[in-house]
Every structure is written in C-alpha cells, then in structure tokens.
Design a protein around this ligand. Structure first.
Ligand code: 5GP
Ligand code: ZN
Length: 139
C-alpha cells in the first residue's frame, strides 16, 4: 500500500467506490469520470506503479479477470466493442500512479478519440527498428 495513493485508499476502504467485482488480486469499479457508458477500471489490490512493476502472478491473473469484466460490461452497456486501455507514465496520460486498466465501451460514431494517425515508414527505418529491438531483447 502506498500512503497517498487514491486507489490504495479505495482498496483499504478509506474512500468509497462503485465496486462491481473483486477477487484476491483485483477490484473492478466504475471510473468516477466515465468516458463512456459503462467505463470501468481494473485495479490490483497491491500498489504497483505501472506495467513494469506488476509481478508475474498479477500479470497471469490479469487477463482472466479482465475478460470476466469486459464480457459483463459489453452485455450491460450494449456496446458494440470496447477498448482495454492501460496508460504508463505521465507522458502516456497516466494520472493515477497505481497500475490500472480502463474498459471503455465503444459504439460506431461515439466520437471518442483514442486514436493516432498511422504513418508509413521506409523499409530502411523498419529494418533498423527491428534490428535495435531484436538486439535489445536478445540481451
Ligand atoms: P489514467 O489517466 O491514470 O489512466 O486514469 C485514471 C482514471 O482514474 C481516470 O479515468 C479518472 O477518472 C479515474 N479516477 C481518478 N480518481 C478516481 C477515484 O477516486 N475513483 C474512481 N473510481 N476513479 C477515479
Ligand atoms: Zn496505490
């Protein structure tokens, strides 16, 4: 638990939340400022800052938990699709520094913007980037 963390306070019961589900590892609750009808947050019960901090155990438990929640959110909201969004770092839009994932229900024409403009790149660029990453991953 981290002292001044709003999500830790919710998990401790110091602050209220619209909790919809929980298990040993995670809680799911409504986002207090929803981007869409049925916007839910999935939050680990232990304090991890971002994706790089979560343990293998939490990582393994995350997707089955997320699947349970996204299925329920889709049914209840009647959405046509959803984004599972997870921001890491202030530059990526993370405002609460306790790992969490957003489930954002989507509809065609809903006007939400989570997108970027795709750019084409030269073969040289692609080859160079591939080489850098492969080298890094091979240590
Ligand atoms: P981030 O920008 O870090 O990916 O997302 C943080 C999210 O947490 C925001 O969507 C924001 O609305 C939500 N949030 C911030 N404070 C609270 C709170 O006290 N309770 C709940 N349920 N959501 C919160
Ligand atoms: Zn926390």
């Amino acid at each position: 638990m981290s002292k001044n963390c709003i999500f830790c306070k919710i998990i401790n019961g110091e602050l209220p939340a619209y909790k919809i589900w929980e298990n040993e590892y995670f809680i799911a609750m409504l986002d207090i400022n929803p981007a869409a009808y049925g916007h839910v947050l999935i939050v680990p019960k232990a304090h991890f800052v971002n994706l790089h901090d979560i343990t293998d155990e939490y990582a393994r438990e995350f997707l089955p938990f997320a699947q349970k929640i996204t299925r329920a959110v889709m049914d209840v909201s009647g959405a046509e699709g959803f984004n599972l969004v997870q921001n890491n770092g202030a530059s990526a839009g993370q405002t609460v520094m306790h790992f969490h994932a957003h489930v954002v229900p989507r509809r065609i024409g809903d006007g939400l913007s989570l997108s970027w403009i795709p750019k084409s790149q030269s073969k040289e660029f692609m080859a160079e980037m591939t080489e850098k990453l492969v080298k890094k991953l091979n240590g």
